[in-house]
Each structure stands twice: as C-alpha cells, then as structure tokens.
Write a protein that binds this ligand. Structure first.
Ligand code: HEM
Ligand code: HEM
Length: 427
C-alpha cells in the first residue's frame, strides 16, 4: 500500500468517513460525475482544437473536415457535445442535492456561493461553445441571446456591441467566444473547482444529519470502500457516454448566413426559459429584473436566518416534502394556463397604449403575476404552517418547475414567429 503522506487520494479524502455518507443515495455521486464530465470536456476539447479554426470562413469547413475526413473526428465531436449537455444537468442535479439536504450552511456556505458561480460558468462554457460550429443554428442563437442584452437600460446597446465585438455577430465575436471557451472559462473552472474540493475537505467531508452520532462506529476507510465506488460510478458514466455518442450526433445545420434568419430563431435550450419570459413581460423585466432577483436570492441563500436547521435531511421534514410536491404541482398547472392567457387574452400593451411599454407591458403583468404568487404563498403557509426553511424550499421548487415549464413551452410549443402551436405542426 502507498505511503499515506504521498498517496494522492489522501489529499482529496480524509482517511476514514462515516459509512452512511458512501451510500449512493447520499449524494448520488453527482459531484464526482460532474468532475468526470468536465475532465472529458477538456480532453475532447483539446483534440477538437487541433483541427478547429476560429474564423467565419474556415470554422464551418473545419467542422465538416473533422466529421468527414478524420478518424473518430465525428465521434469525438459527439462526445464533446453530449457531455457538455450532460454537465449542465449533472451540475444542476448536484446543486439540487446540496439544496434539498440543506448543505449550504455554516462551513459549507462559501462553497455554495462558489458552486453557484461554477454553475453560471458552465452555462457560459456551453453558450460560447454553441457559436463555434458557425452554422445557422449557432449563429442565430447567439444573435438572439446577445440581442437580449440590449434591453438592459442605459448600457444595453453598448453591452451588446461589446460582447459581439461590433454591431453584428461576426469574426470578432467568434474569436472572442473561442478564446473564452478554450482558455478563460476552463481556466476559471479549474481554479474554482480546486477551491471547491478543498472547501468540501475543510468542512469535514459531505454533510451528515447533525444529530447522527457516530462514536467511532460506522466509520470506514476511504481506500478501498469509497474510492472503488467512485471509480465504478465514473467508469459507468464514461461507458454510457461513449455508447450514446455512437447514436446521437452533435447538430450541424447549413453554414451561417447573416443575411437570412431561420424562423423561429431560438436561443440555446438552457436560455429558452428567458426567451419565453420576454414573450409575456417587457424585456427589461424578463431579461434583467426576474433573473437577477432569482440569482441574487440563490447567492443569498446561506444567509437566510432559519430558526431550525435540518442540515443533512432530505427535504427538511415530511411536511417539507409534501409542500415541495404541492408547489411543483401548482406551478405545473398555473403556468401553462397563464402562458395561454397571456398569449390570447391579456394584452396590457394594447389596453394602455398611452403608457410607457415598460409600465404597461412590464410592471402591470409583474403586479398581476405577483398577486398570483402571493396567493400561492398564502395558501401553503395557511395550510401547512411551515418553518421558514420549508417555505424557502417550497418557493425554490415552485420557481424551478416554472422555469422548466417556460423552457418546455419555448422548445416544443413555439413555432414560426414564436407563436404558440402544437409540436406536430412545426415542420
Ligand atoms: C465545461 C467545459 C466545456 C463545455 C461545457 C463545452 C461545451 C461545448 C459545446 C456545447 C460545443 C458546441 C458543440 C456542438 O454542439 O456543436 C463546444 C465546441 C467546442 N469546444 Fe467545448 N466545451 C468545454 C470545454 C472545452 C475545452 C476545455 C476546449 C479546448 C481546450 C473546448 C474546445 C471546443 C472546440 C474546439 C469546439 C468546436 C468544435 C465543435 O463545435 O464541435 N471545449 N464545446
Ligand atoms: C463541475 C461542477 C462541480 C463539481 C465537479 C463539483 C464537485 C463536488 C464534489 C465531488 C463534492 C463532494 C460531495 C458530492 O459529490 O456531492 C461537492 C460538494 C459540494 N458542492 Fe459541488 N461540484 C460542482 C458544482 C457545484 C454546484 C453547481 C454547486 C451549487 C451551487 C455546488 C455546491 C456544493 C456544495 C455546497 C458541496 C458540499 C456539500 C456537502 O457537504 O454535502 N457544487 N461538489
């Protein structure tokens, strides 16, 4: 056996951990899986970089060349695409695991904040990669998203030009996105992840329910118990990706044509919820106020003054579980109704033509929505008489399901002109 001072494993893990923490359902291995996916992105990304050329006249051809003439070129591109998408889901599920076991307090609070930053960088890693194939899909998706920035008051139009490196998405945008994608963001992620792992170690490992007393019993050695489990989970994940990448192709449409916009032009799927929001609220509310408020609350989470902390217990309590479920169901029912009503019945803009659009199309729908939200809040508080952490959890679930409904609507139920329609009618 390797010397404990020199064994790399003991830099990451303590020598012994509580047996309960190595059960798969304790963390679902999600942090480890996210790490495997990130490492896979680096390896496949470096291979792609040997061939890819970040200029508008060569980018698309370099992808075609890699797909059609290089041994495993297509396959490696598929793996990079697939694991990039999976990374968003796995990081999100890991965030949810941490949230629902209340592992964002005390010694873990700074790690929660680092985690939220990591999550945002993962989204932007995907977004910057999205442009690189330089096809119609990527060109117009990036045009749509960068256009959203122009709705930010005062600095909006300048910000859009700054991000694009000019008036339109073009050579400068491609080069900037390429540099961010292959250097700045991966470097930032590596630094943050090293910090993230150190913080897990510093907090004494993963969270366990506070009142569980181990007394030396149920403590097991990390080698081989935990390390073997991590290895098996990682290998199974890799096997699944390598298999799926044989069948699922990374998308590649026609070469980008700045003169011809596809209809509908949609943002990448993870930003489509925001694109859907601006169908119902003035863009200033949809792009700035709502997302900024929600992310600020997410960062602020460890500072909420909860009276009783149920750290390490899934959903806090059985009441917490019920409230989360009812919130999910309510959000699932309310939002499709609101989306249809806002499309066909409620038109504040045309009802109050003399008012500023940000008031009639922004403030008024926001007030209406806030009333509906407060009714929901009133209902669950009256019915369950919950603790403050159970309320926070229920509201979190409510907004999570809301964003999912918005995204699904924009992905499957929006056709030409972004009008609502049934999926089977979209050609
Ligand atoms: C968190 C890490 C990363 C994520 C989430 C990510 C995601 C993506 C995505 C979604 C694409 C578009 C692929 C497609 O669907 O067509 C892409 C393309 C690309 N990525 Fe990454 N990537 C990551 C890291 C890297 C790194 C570290 C490198 C290189 C050092 C890299 C190099 C490339 C290249 C050259 C392309 C263009 C080729 C293509 O589009 O197939 N990526 N990436
Ligand atoms: C590439 C992305 C990420 C990687 C590789 C990663 C990795 C890990 C690992 C390996 C652990 C140890 C326990 C476990 O597996 O659950 C962990 C714990 C933790 N992660 Fe992450 N993580 C990532 C993203 C995030 C995100 C997006 C958040 C949340 C906002 C987050 C917050 C935390 C917190 C608070 C802990 C401590 C949890 C506990 O003690 O139970 N991480 N992370």
């Amino acid at each position: 056996m390797a010397n404990k001072q020199t064994n790399f494993i003991y830099h990451i893990h303590p020598e012994k951990v509580p047996a309960s923490t190595i059960r798969f359902t304790h963390t679902f291995g999600l942090g480890g899986m996210a790490l495997v996916l990130f490492l896979l992105q680096i390896v496949t990304g470096i291979l792609l970089k040997f061939v890819y050329e970040p200029t508008p006249d060569k980018a698309y051809d370099s992808i075609l060349f890699m797909q059609n003439h290089l041994l495993f070129g297509h396959y490696i591109r598929n793996i990079h695409h697939l694991s990039g998408t999976l990374l968003i889901f796995v990081a999100l599920f890991h965030l949810l695991r941490v949230f629902f076991t209340e592992a964002f307090y005390g010694p873990r609070s700074s790690n929660w904040i680092i985690g939220v930053v990591i999550f945002i960088i993962i989204l932007f890693s995907n977004f910057t990669g999205y442009l690189l194939p330089w096809d119609q899909l990527s060109y117009w998706a990036v045009t749509v998203v960068t256009q959203m920035l122009s709705y930010i008051p005062v600095v909006g139009p300048e910000l859009t030009s700054f991000v694009r490196g000019g008036k339109e998405v073009g050579a400068a945008t491609l080069l900037t996105f390429f540099n961010f994608h292959t250097a700045v963001l991966p470097f930032a992620l590596i630094i943050l992840l090293l910090f993230h792992f150190w913080k897990v170690r510093q907090a004494g490992g993963v969270v366990v329910p506070r009142n569980r007393n181990h007394n030396g019993k149920g403590i097991i050695p990390v080698v081989p118990e935990l390390v073997v489990r991590e290895l098996v989970t990682g290998l199974i994940l890799l096997a699944v990706i390598f298999l799926l990448a044989v069948f699922i192709d990374a998308p590649l449409r026609e070469r980008a044509n700045p003169a011809y916009s596809p209809n509908p032009a949609k943002a990448p799927w993870y930003f489509l919820g925001i694109q859907e929001l601006i169908m119902h609220f003035h863009p200033f509310i949809g792009v700035v106020i709502i997302p900024v408020t929600l992310f600020t609350l997410l960062f602020y989470l460890p500072c909420f003054p909860f009276r009783i902390r149920n750290t390490g217990i899934w959903f806090s309590s059985s009441k917490g579980r019920k409230m989360a479920l009812i919130s999910a169901l309510l959000a699932l029912v309310i939002h499709p109704i609101l989306i249809v009503a806002s499309e066909y019945l409620i038109h504040f803009n045309t009802w109050f033509p003399s008012l500023l659009p940000v008031i009639s199309g922004g403030l008024f729908p926001l007030i209406l929505y806030s009333i509906i939200f407060l009714l929901y809040l009133f209902y669950i508080i009256r019915r369950y008489k919950p603790l403050s952490n159970e309320i926070v959890q229920a509201v979190f679930v409510y907004f999570l399901v809301t964003y999912t409904v918005l995204s699904i609507t924009a992905i499957f139920f929006r056709g030409p002109g972004m009008a609502l329609m049934w999926p089977w009618k979209i050609s």
